[in-house]
Design a protein around this ligand. Structure first.
Ligand SMILES: [Zn+2]
Ligand SMILES: [Zn+2]
Length: 282
């Protein structure tokens, strides 16, 4: 399991990204459904402060203090700097959890800020990007990025011997270059995300509150068409995951499930997460 997701607009949204033990948003019920995995979480990244994205922090912070898991493990919660609803939640949790057995740290982030996940040969980090949701609240999306090496494009036609000879005479840097590969992008609640923010990501999670443009009364959330357009323009490599689908479509769950799959002309798979279901992505 790479992703464990629950997402129903207005009720609760969260995504557990298991490769880096990250919870993106923490809607109500996150710790209830995650069970033991709630102890595995190292970091939480909040996209914004609406209740359907942060109400689950109350349970999460508490359960890690009380239950039989590893209560020493620290937890870092990252959030958009200056977000007043998150600040209220932070104050509430501080007042109601005066004696935590583990370190709980709140870290404000701004657009472009990076959080290192692991260092080593292939460093990996989270980078915050801007989203557009509601005017009175700051909101962020997040990319999981991995630094990789590749052969310089101008050497694409070169033979093995030529490359080896070049390395011998000029060193490794003459033939290879570093590049940043986005592995996963989480947009939270947003109107259509600017494709450059999530360019060439492998997996994109995009707001898809409205399957039909005519159902949208206010410009705060995206439609399925906008999510697909963003993924196409961004050159998503593997999968578009459509989140935050409105519960007005709950009578169409079967159609929503059937709509997932490969589409003609798209290089990535489209997955619609049915509202109200616990959903896994392998
Ligand atoms: Zn929401
Ligand atoms: Zn929201």
């Amino acid at each position: 399991m790479r992703l464990l997701i629950y997402s129903k607009a207005l009720y609760s949204s969260w995504v557990y990204y298991s490769p880096d033990r990250i919870l993106f948003d923490a809607g109500e019920g996150a710790s209830t459904i995650l069970g033991n995995k709630a102890f595995a979480i190292r970091r939480v990244f909040l996209s914004h402060g609406h209740a359907d994205h942060i109400a689950g922090l109350v349970g999460l912070v508490n359960i890690r203090n009380n239950a039989l898991g590893d209560t020493e493990k620290e937890l870092e919660i990252y959030y958009p700097k200056g977000n007043y609803l998150v600040s209220e939640m932070m104050a509430f949790l501080a007042r109601t959890n005066r004696r935590l057995n583990y370190d709980l740290t709140w870290i404000p982030l701004e657009v472009g800020d990076r959080v290192e996940l692991l260092s080593g040969q292939m460093p990996r980090y989270i980078e915050a990007f801007p989203t557009v949701h509601v005017h009175n609240e700051t909101s962020l999306g997040y990319n999981v990025v991995e630094m990789r090496h590749r052969l310089k494009p101008e050497l694409a036609g070169a033979t093995q011997q030529e490359i080896v000879a070049r390395v011998r005479s000029e060193g490794k840097d003459a033939v290879s270059e570093d590049y940043a590969q986005k592995l996963f992008s989480y947009g939270g609640d947003s109107v259509g995300i600017k494709p450059t923010h999530v360019s060439e990501t492998e997996i994109l999670c995009h707001d898809t509150t409205f399957l039909d443009e005519r159902d949208r009364k206010e410009y705060k959330h995206a439609t399925l068409a906008e999510a697909m357009q963003c993924a196409r323009d961004a050159g998503v490599k593997k999968e578009l995951i459509c989140l935050h689908i409105s519960s007005r479509y709950k009578s169409k769950l079967r159609e929503i499930e059937k709509a997932s799959g490969d589409y003609d002309g798209l290089n990535f798979k489209v997955t619609l997460v049915p509202p109200g279901r616990i959903f896994t992505v392998e």
